[in-house]
Ligand binder design. Structure first.
Ligand code: UGA
Length: 443
């Protein structure tokens, strides 16, 4: 099929590459000329396992192309995806200006029936607004062209996006017309073998499904972080509690890992946006507010532990940091807990020596050259000359470290484990003091 995708961010690029991989002719449109040029050369602006290979392969074979020219791209697509950003505006609502601008552009150039698919995470009711924006432009041209607008939210996880896209566990299609559903059924047929993963519903339910999924996952994390905070006060070990409750299939083992708070471009933004949506419809979503508040507090946790350890005297101290990205297998620093920690340490006069397998460049882009930040090439380099070690991201490479080496390198043998990667007993046997999240030693 012929597919057009507006936006070459995470969602657009991964969706475009995966659709091309299945043999569709895909054109990706972006207003950023430099980015489009880089993509044409096969350079991927983000770190995402497996993405570069399928982008290059399909670009070379002619199935995947990039352009800044919207008009021919709109003429190309039977299915036109909108996958541009919806950043939060000042009050936390999703800012729809980019989505609606693309809808207007489509309306100005559409010359025959097409299915317009909202892939961006957008507030409930956006499909209607996109439909109105397209229709207004068509009316201005007196063009009697039919189109459908479908809500088809994505459920990609950064770091596993290609796999999630090629092997989705559900394909949510919010559409009111049988014609549009038939087009999407055909497009998604190669992703939908063995058993039917397509769940067809109305547009508003599809839009809410996306927010509900992320809000539920964020709720599980904040819930566990709250239990961790209770655990350390009552002298319990949250890791045992986690295993104890996870065995109930109604609760499950997934997404109940306590830690230094959730980050990324989705959870913080989507929980806030859903809260705003509820508010604007006259409902106060108290649970969502609490999920967010617990997370905000949890992101200060590592700093509090470190500061407490040094009796608040951090000036002149050097903290080794393992992990900068908001989670493993990405270089994404958006809302990363490491940022909160570094900024608090700097404000208190401490220095940071940090290592991350992928996010060093991005960290440098964000913070530039500064005396109180050294970005190290190896995990062991970050320890040299540091007082203590804090682990902020749960990269696999940090799971089985050489504790004796850590002890020898640090001025004070202490590990602050922001992701509960280690067993306190193992660390303590190696001669290091251990602070985790919800595991005994507390403030
Ligand atoms: C999230 C959802 O998991 C995807 O399903 C969704 O498609 C995506 O948002 C989106 O809306 O685009 P992502 O932001 O890539 O994906 O990250 P997650 O893997 O969900 O992790 C989010 C954060 O939660 C990370 O900071 C992670 O360290 C933290 N986390 C995760 C915990 O603290 N505990 C857990 O048990 C799990």
């Amino acid at each position: 099929m012929r597919v057009t995708i507006f936006g070459t961010g995470y969602v657009g690029l991964v969706t475009g590459a995966c659709l091309a991989e299945m043999g569709n002719h895909v054109v990706c449109v972006d207003i950023d000329t430099a980015k489009v040029e880089r993509l044409k050369r096969g350079e991927i602006p983000i770190f995402e396992p497996g993405l570069e290979a399928i982008v290059r392969r399909n670009h070379v074979s002619g199935l995947l192309d990039f352009t800044t020219d919207a008009a021919p791209a709109i003429a190309h697509g039977e299915v036109i995806f909108i996958a541009v950003g919806t950043p939060p505006d000042e009050d936390g609502s999703a800012d729809l200006q980019y989505v609606l601008a693309v809808a207007g552009t489509i309306g100005r150039h559409l010359d025959r029936y097409a299915v317009i698919v909202n892939k961006s995470t957008v507030p409930v009711g956006t499909a209607d607004r996109v439909r109105e924006a397209v229709a207004a432009e068509l009316a201005a041209r007196r063009a009697a062209i039919e189109f459908d607008v479908v809500s088809n939210p994505e459920f990609l996880k950064e770091g596993a996006a290609v796999d999630d896209c090629l092997r989705p566990d559900r394909i949510i299609v919010g559409a009111s017309g049988a014609r549009a559903v038939a087009v999407l059924r055909k497009l998604y047929a190669p992703f939908n073998r063995n058993h039917d993963r397509m769940v067809v519903m109305d547009e508003r339910s599809a839009e809410l499904t996306k927010y509900a999924a992320n809000a539920m996952l964020a709720t599980k994390i904040s819930f566990m972080n709250e239990i961790a905070n209770i655990a350390e006060r009552v002298g319990a070990d949250v890791e045992l509690v986690r295993q104890g409750i996870g065995s109930d299939p109604r609760i499950g083992y997934h997404f109940i890992y306590p830690g230094a708070g959730y980050g990324g471009s989705c959870f913080p933004k989507d929980v806030q946006a859903l809260e705003r949506t509820a508010h604007s419809h006259g409902y106060e979503a108290r649970l969502l507010g609490a999920v967010e508040a617990v997370n905000r507090q949890q992101k200060t946790k590592l700093f509090e532990l470190i500061s407490h350890h040094f009796n608040g005297e951090l000036a002149g101290r050097t903290i080794a940091l393992w992990g900068l990205a908001f989670k493993p297998n990405t270089d994404d620093m958006r809302e990363a807990s490491s940022r909160q920690l570094m900024e608090a340490l700097w404000n208190a006069g401490a220095k940071v020596r940090a290592f991350d397998p992928e996010a060093r460049e991005e960290t440098h882009r964000l913070y530039g050259d500064r005396d109180d930040l050294v970005l190290c090439e190896r995990a062991s380099d970050a320890l040299q000359g540091a007082d203590v070690l804090a682990v902020v991201t749960e990269w696999k490479a940090f799971r089985s470290p050489d504790f004796a080496g850590i002890r020898a390198a640090l001025a004070e043998p202490v590990i602050f484990d922001g992701r509960n990667l280690y067993e306190p007993a193992t660390v303590e046997e190696a001669g290091l003091a251990y602070y985790g999240i919800g595991r005994g030693r507390s403030l």
